[in-house]
Ligand binder design. Structure first.
Ligand SMILES: *[C@@H]1O[C@H](CO)[C@@H](O)[C@H](O)[C@H]1NC(C)=O
Ligand SMILES: *[C@@H]1O[C@H](CO)[C@@H](O)[C@H](O)[C@H]1NC(C)=O
Ligand SMILES: *[C@@H]1O[C@H](CO)[C@@H](O)[C@H](O)[C@H]1NC(C)=O
Ligand SMILES: *[C@@H]1O[C@H](CO)[C@@H](O)[C@H](O)[C@H]1NC(C)=O
Ligand SMILES: *[C@@H]1O[C@H](CO)[C@@H](O)[C@H](O)[C@H]1NC(C)=O
Ligand SMILES: *[C@@H]1O[C@H](CO)[C@@H](O)[C@H](O)[C@H]1NC(C)=O
Ligand SMILES: *[C@@H]1O[C@H](CO)[C@@H](O)[C@H](O)[C@H]1NC(C)=O
Ligand SMILES: *[C@@H]1O[C@H](CO)[C@@H](O)[C@H](O)[C@H]1NC(C)=O
Ligand SMILES: *[C@@H]1O[C@H](CO)[C@@H](O)[C@H](O)[C@H]1NC(C)=O
Ligand SMILES: *[C@@H]1O[C@H](CO)[C@@H](O)[C@H](O)[C@H]1NC(C)=O
Ligand SMILES: *[C@@H]1O[C@H](CO)[C@@H](O)[C@H](O)[C@H]1NC(C)=O
Ligand SMILES: *[C@@H]1O[C@H](CO)[C@@H](O)[C@H](O)[C@H]1NC(C)=O
Ligand SMILES: [Cu+2]
Length: 568
């Protein structure tokens, strides 16, 4: 932690404000950098030439000010994933949702406060597929002099999972959208940007965690992968989960965890009491239920016990112990793991799950198709184009940002407010899929009055066997009150909802062939994207937006946009 804090930039005190944190200033230059992995050198888009990008380190209550200067040819926008952005919607970042992109040569200052969050979040590009290399951790420490609700760790280490493509990913997604086929798969998964020893020409690019015996390390896990949920495990070591998506959870031990793209976990690693005569592999591999078209490879790093004041040459001679990962399609494990997550729900960290509901929604999330244009041959299912939808609407990004259109009352021609509350045509969502898999295009939103208590059930559909979808909410945390397989039953399932200590987070895996029920309070005025964090599904339209109206009081209103907000 000392080392992390040492990396802080300029710190400025805000006088006069009760409980006020400090302001953390960062300068993010978007620039190209040549990086070699798997024996191929590639020019990638980075922040300040770093890959993975720099860490933002702040305390709960601090203001974060990031000046972003775009020096590359691509349009760029950055999202502060999981930061609630209370009344700072202009800083949220998804392109054409809360802002127009930062164009070449332009600057935009993201300016927001972190309120009531502690743990790990992350920042990433939120335009096209640029997030493949534009990402980094957001480390949120508790307020000064406020301890963790667990023993103080000896050291803290970010462990960032990613996905590496040898090809140019902007070309990969462009081709996929043109042909209608699946996007080309990645060549490796990575830990802190490094694929590790299980790939050809990669042994030197291996993350090593050097530890001392008898200590507790806090690992800050982030899954930034483009397409896949990942299992993670360390040979001969147990992990204690203490925090999910920057909210503390009731601690529990596990040998293996599963982490979806968009999710984060803080886990404690207790090292062995004495120097062991071995080194240990840590590994991440995909959780996948479809049969074809995915990267079935394993990224690995090494956990080693280094003796001080010794050459440690012997470490190389020690046996390397390998962990067991669950079968690639182990949905039962995933369901079990998710069920163990519970919020602390104590006096200091109460669970604010809404006990009553003002508005119920049922959304199907699933794949679908678009018709192939007459003059083209398409490579999607049965010669069609792949699409994805929520309640059969495939989201189309508008030409100006939704938030601007909303704030200035200029929604006409930009978006409509008729996003369906329920599936337009009910069917057996987890049975034989309907013959007609066509989805409609639209830029549709749901409008919510301020402080609406929402219950949303998200139901996977069986088209193409169904898939687990990690749905991510901007602007809100939600409470995961229930999950199950098959069709959600509104008469039976709610009686099993957990309204006592449900986990609170920003990204939830809708189980393959099943559903999740979440509740949230619409207490944050603005326009908030909700989308699958699998980047191919998002590109195919598995997105929608909530428009949350201003409340009556002055502190319940979205402030006007900052003067440097980029224009389209
Ligand atoms: C990357 O490598 C190319 C080819 O060697 C070179 O032209 C370019 O200047 C390099 N870019 C950077 C940012 O170093
Ligand atoms: C950030 O926002 C705060 C609150 O609106 C404002 O006082 C401050 O000047 C802003 N900082 C920058 C660098 O824009
Ligand atoms: C590692 O785990 C294996 C399997 O449980 C066990 O046989 C072995 O003794 C362990 N080794 C160490 C060094 O902990
Ligand atoms: C490791 O090996 C050394 C020398 O062979 C032995 O003295 C020591 O007890 C071993 N340590 C463990 C933890 O097995
Ligand atoms: C994935 O790879 C593992 C070996 O790394 C292999 O055992 C397994 O059969 C593969 N699974 C699929 C579905 O290709
Ligand atoms: C997982 O894959 C294995 C081998 O491909 C298959 O036999 C098994 O039925 C699959 N399990 C599930 C739950 O899909
Ligand atoms: C899931 O949990 C149930 C009940 O706790 C247990 O019986 C089962 O073995 C677990 N399955 C897996 C794959 O962990
Ligand atoms: C198909 O026709 C459309 C409209 O006429 C045109 O824009 C497009 O380029 C054509 N595509 C191909 C592959 O010829
Ligand atoms: C949906 O289809 C599945 C598989 O055919 C079947 O087991 C299930 O009973 C059906 N559910 C409903 C609600 O009809
Ligand atoms: C769907 O297709 C199947 C097989 O092609 C056919 O038997 C069935 O009648 C079709 N169902 C509908 C509702 O059109
Ligand atoms: C929806 O958009 C896709 C891709 O932009 C296009 O191929 C498709 O024809 C559109 N579908 C409709 C019904 O407009
Ligand atoms: C960048 O964004 C602007 C504003 O939306 C748009 O007009 C322009 O075509 C975009 N440029 C690129 C290279 O995508
Ligand atoms: Cu998805």
């Amino acid at each position: 932690m000392g080392a992390l804090l040492h990396a802080l930039s300029v710190v400025l005190l805000l006088p006069g404000l009760a409980h006020a944190g400090i302001t953390r200033h960062y300068m993010f230059n978007i620039q190209l950098q040549n990086v070699t992995r798997l024996c191929h050198t590639k020019s990638i888009v980075t922040v300040n030439g770093q890959f993975p990008g720099p860490s933002i380190i702040a305390r709960d209550g601090d203001r974060v000010v990031v000046e972003v200067v775009n020096h590359v040819e691509n349009n760029v926008s950055l999202h502060w994933h999981g930061v609630r952005q209370l009344q700072s919607g202009w800083a949220d970042g998804p392109a054409y949702v809360t802002q127009c992109p930062i164009q070449t040569g332009q600057t935009y200052i993201y300016n927001f406060t972190i309120v009531g969050q502690r743990g790990t979040l992350w920042w990433h590009a939120h335009i096209s597929w640029l997030r493949v290399t534009l990402y980094g951790p957001i480390v949120i420490l508790p307020k000064r002099n406020v301890p963790y609700p667990f023993a103080k760790p000896y050291k803290e280490v970010p462990i960032i999972f990613g996905e590496w493509f040898i090809a140019n990913t902007e070309a990969v997604i462009k081709e996929a959208l043109q042909t209608g086929g699946g996007a080309n798969i990645s060549d490796a998964y990575t830990i802190n940007g490094l694929p590790g020893p299980l790939y050809n020409c990669s042994a030197r690019d291996t993350f090593k965690l050097s530890v001392k015996p008898g200590k507790t390390y806090l690992l800050r896990l982030i899954n930034t992968a483009m397409i896949e949920e990942l299992f993670f495990t360390i040979a001969n070591h147990t992990l204690t989960i203490v925090d999910a998506d920057a909210v503390y959870v009731k601690p529990f031990d596990t040998d293996t965890l599963v982490i979806s793209p968009g999710q984060t976990y803080n886990v404690l690693l207790n090292t062995k009491p004495h120097y062991p005569n071995a080194t240990f592999l840590m590994a991440a591999s995909p959780y996948v239920t479809r049969l074809v078209g995915f990267d079935n490879s394993t990224t690995a790093g090494i956990l080693e016990y280094r003796q001080p004041n010794s050459s440690n040459v012997h470490i190389k001679q020690l046996p390397l112990l390998k962990p067991n990962l669950p079968p690639i399609n182990d949905t039962t494990f995933v369901f079990n793991f998710t069920n163990k997550l519970r919020s602390l729900a104590n006096a200091q960290f109460p669970s604010n799950v809404p006990q009553t509901v003002d508005k119920h929604f049922l959304f199907t999330v699933g794949l679908g198709t678009h018709q192939c244009p007459k003059n083209q041959t398409c490579q999607g299912p049965n010669g069609s184009k792949f699409a994805a939808s929520i309640n059969n609407v495939s989201f189309v990004l508008p030409s100006i940002a939704l938030l601007q259109a909303h704030f200035f009352g200029q929604s006409k021609g930009i978006y409509t407010t008729d996003f369906p509350d329920n599936p337009p045509i009910p069917f057996n969502y987890t049975g034989t899929p309907p013959n007609n898999t066509l989805v409609m295009n639209g830029t549709k939103v749901v409008v919510l009055p301020f402080n609406t208590k929402v219950e949303l059930v998200m139901q996977d559909t069986s088209f193409l066997l169904g898939e687990p979808h990690p749905l991510h909410f901007h602007g809100f945390n939600f409470f995961l009150v229930g999950q199950g397989f098959g069709n959600f039953d509104p008469n039976k399932d709610p009686s099993n909802f957990n309204l006592v200590d449900p986990v609170e987070r920003n990204t939830v895996g809708v189980p393959v062939g099943g559903w999740v029920a979440v509740r949230f309070l619409a207490d944050n005025p603005g326009v908030w994207l909700m989308h699958c964090h699998l980047e191919d599904h998002a590109s195919w339209g598995m997105e929608m937006a909530w428009v949350v109206l201003d409340g009556k009081l002055p502190n319940q209103k979205l402030p006007p946009p900052p003067s440097d907000l980029p224009k389209c």
